[in-house]
Design a protein around this ligand. Structure first.
Ligand code: GDP
Length: 319
């Protein structure tokens, strides 16, 4: 059994590779909901949507978000009515937001709504939000205390970042099944997602980090930092703001208390050697996913590495 913790961009590409080589009943995906927002009064969960669309084969590959081939008539009409349009929701995508909002208004939990949407889209993999409670990633900048989507989408992550916090996390509970999925997994994978704004919100839900520390599973992360920079987006800026090195060592540090193995890109081979000397297990592979074959190859390589027996302690000392 494999459990994956993920955000919605690098994470979605990685999940796409996994879904092509792992039977659906062996996969559970725990998804960041720190980016969720109310948009035109609708409950939107960007990472849950990206992962669900990816698993359903509906994610727009060009945009990396939203539904393939979608149209934007509603967005244009809302603009004509003077409504904000900086968050782009396509017409088919809106059906998901309307349906989820209806389910929540009917008293369903976010987990129930997520599994209902997934099942209507033909997704067999189990997709869980990190929590049914509202946990909101807030980015403090000189321009104000912003939601993640305001910082990322509306303002193009141009503001200097003072700090990041997860409002509501201390009172949140993990979604039903999330702790069990971590505890009972053979392998737990941290997708190549933004450590600060995609994985850290999941880890901030009380009980999840402890479950990772205590799990008997091999816990393996794929670095979103390649050659000293994020492949896409603000992960580097945010890691630096949190006083982490923008490097594979910084990623290892971020997950230090539970990580068994870090998968890094082949171009980081020298840095990998240095990291091994600290006792961290590191596997090098091509991790930048341009094409579908790259996604499948990375998923295979990560699972192969995860299934190798860990080196004997003496070998670690010698390394
Ligand atoms: P978000 O929820 O939309 O922020 O998406 P994620 O957190 O899942 O993805 C963003 C992260 O994915 C960034 O930190 C990128 O560096 C990383 N990323 C994107 N594409 C790739 C890729 O092809 N390979 C690797 N290793 N990382 C990637």
């Amino acid at each position: 059994m494999i459990t994956v913790l993920t955000g919605g961009t690098g994470g979605a590409k990685f999940v796409d590779g996994l879904r092509q080589i792992v039977p659906p009943e062996e996969l559970t995906i725990i998804v960041n909901t720190g980016d969720d927002l109310l948009w035109w009064g609708l409950y939107v969960s960007p990472d849950l949507d990206s992962i669900t669309y990816m698993l359903a084969g509906k994610l727009s590959q060009e945009r990396g978000w939203g539904v393939k081939g979608d149209t934007f008539f509603c967005l244009n009409a809302m603009g004509q009515m003077g409504q904000p349009t900086w968050f782009h929701a396509g017409d088919r995508d809106l059906a998901t937001h309307i349906f989820r909002s209806k389910l929540l208004a009917d008293g369903k939990t976010l987990s129930e709504a997520t599994s209902e949407i997934a099942s209507k889209l033909g997704v067999k993999v189990r997709v869980l939000p990190m929590s049914n409670s509202r946990v909101e990633t807030r980015v403090l900048t000189p321009a104000g205390d912003l939601s993640f989507e305001e910082y990322f989408v509306q303002r193009w992550y141009q503001d200097p970042v003072v700090s990041v916090r997860f409002a509501g996390a201390s009172d949140a509970e993990p979604a039903p099944g999330a702790i069990e999925a971590i505890r009972s997994a053979d392998i737990v994978l941290l997708a190549p997602s933004n450590p600060v704004t995609s994985i850290a919100p999941i880890l901030a839900v009380p009980g999840i980090r402890e479950a990772l520390r205590e799990s008997r599973a091999r816990t393996v992360a794929v670095s979103p930092i390649v050659g000293g920079a994020a492949v896409t987006g603000p992960a580097g800026i945010l890691m630096a703001a949190q006083k982490f090195a923008v490097s594979i060592a910084g990623v290892a540090d971020f997950y230090h208390d539970f990580l068994d193995l870090l998968v890094v890109d082949s171009q980081d081979a020298t840095a990998a050697e240095e990291l091994r000397s600290t006792g961290m297990q590191v596997h090098c592979a091509p991790t930048v996913m341009h094409k579908n074959e790259d996604r499948i190859a990375l998923a295979k390589s990560v699972l192969d590495a995860a299934m190798q027996p860990p080196p004997a302690p003496a070998a670690v000392e010698r390394a």
